[in-house]
Design a protein around this ligand. Sequence first.
Ligand code: C5P
Length: 405
Amino acid sequence: MLRAKNVLLAVTGSIAAYKAAELTRLFIKAGARVKVCMTPEAAEFITPLTLATLSKNPVHTAFTEGEKSSRVWDSHVDLAAWADCMVFAPLTANTLAKMAQGQSDNFLIATYLSARCPVFVATAMDLDMYAHPTTQSNLEALARHGEQVIPSGFGDLASGWVGVGRMAEPQQIIDRMETFMRASQPLYGKRVLLTAGPTHEPIDPVRFIGNHSSGKMGFALARIALELGAAVTVVLGPVAPQFEEEDLVLVPVQTAVEMLEAVRAHFAQSDIFIAAAAVSDYRPRVVSAQKVKREQRALSLELIETPDILSVMGAQKKSQITVGFALETEDEEKNALKKLIEKKADCMVINSLRDPGSGFSHDTNQIKILARDGEKIAFDLKSKLAVAADIFKFILRKYHALRED
Ligand code: C5P
């Protein structure tokens, strides 16, 4: 959740400030970019040099930096705009009160007031200060303003007392931030079902009818769906998975019939179904038990239709959004519209083999999306990952409209 995120850590003057070093280390370990700002009082408890070294960035303490003659303005607005999230750890009763009041007499609060990102606060103070009605009502004010309060825990306090007041442990702060971020993702709690890759329709024990599909587009869609917070299942034809990870369920299949059965088993629980597989349209009526011998000058195979998975699901869908791909060589839009209607899809992603860089095995794709309500968008040639992001962006924008269809 924190990978490649810009985390702004605000440290205030509490003995718990020493834990800011560990917190910074954990942020960096989680792949975040970290900048630290601190009050002058915090710098009494932990040196800016420690936090600058761990965060790999200069520490911000005041509105101006440098010697009097060469003083430069440090923009709290730019720093706030940089942040994807801001976390006050530790947060003292004093800074809490200022935040609740919007009293921006230092760099930290001015940055806080400029921040548009989610803000987390991890309080640290002695038990009576924490229990004081003023502190509690200030915390309520912050929660009302939409800040995420990470309450103090119970235990030994610097004063020698034991009670509630100590800052949550760095790992707890990280866990809380990750839980919040996960739940804020646009596809959190949604299930995405994908088909990907080719199908192999056996002729005999050693031969099959197949195609050149690599599964790259399907896996790019899986990657983006995971990044958007969805639970993802990929029903994958006979190609190697492009990646595997804990949150991704892979269901390997060989044939169109097996692919249909696997999709059926997962469809009812799904919110979005994207048929990105290149399913063979026909299969041999009879599969020879023995290898077919070369005995005649010509050989005819009787082929029968395979089930159309997107159509079958389109016919039985309830609230699911169903999306198909139309890989065409001519009359792209006309053919895609026909498929959209026949397969009762909510949208079709059109790609043309006439566009260089599109289609099987390429790492790029150029698409148009056609929606049931007639909306049509054309995109530039992009990486399959960027194309997948465009597709989900489109689906998310349309989501409610499509559901009410
Ligand atoms: O092959 P066709 O152009 O009809 O494929 C259009 C869409 O239908 C694709 O999304 C493809 O995955 C899906 N399809 C399917 N089952 C089939 C054939 C195609 O789900 N048997």
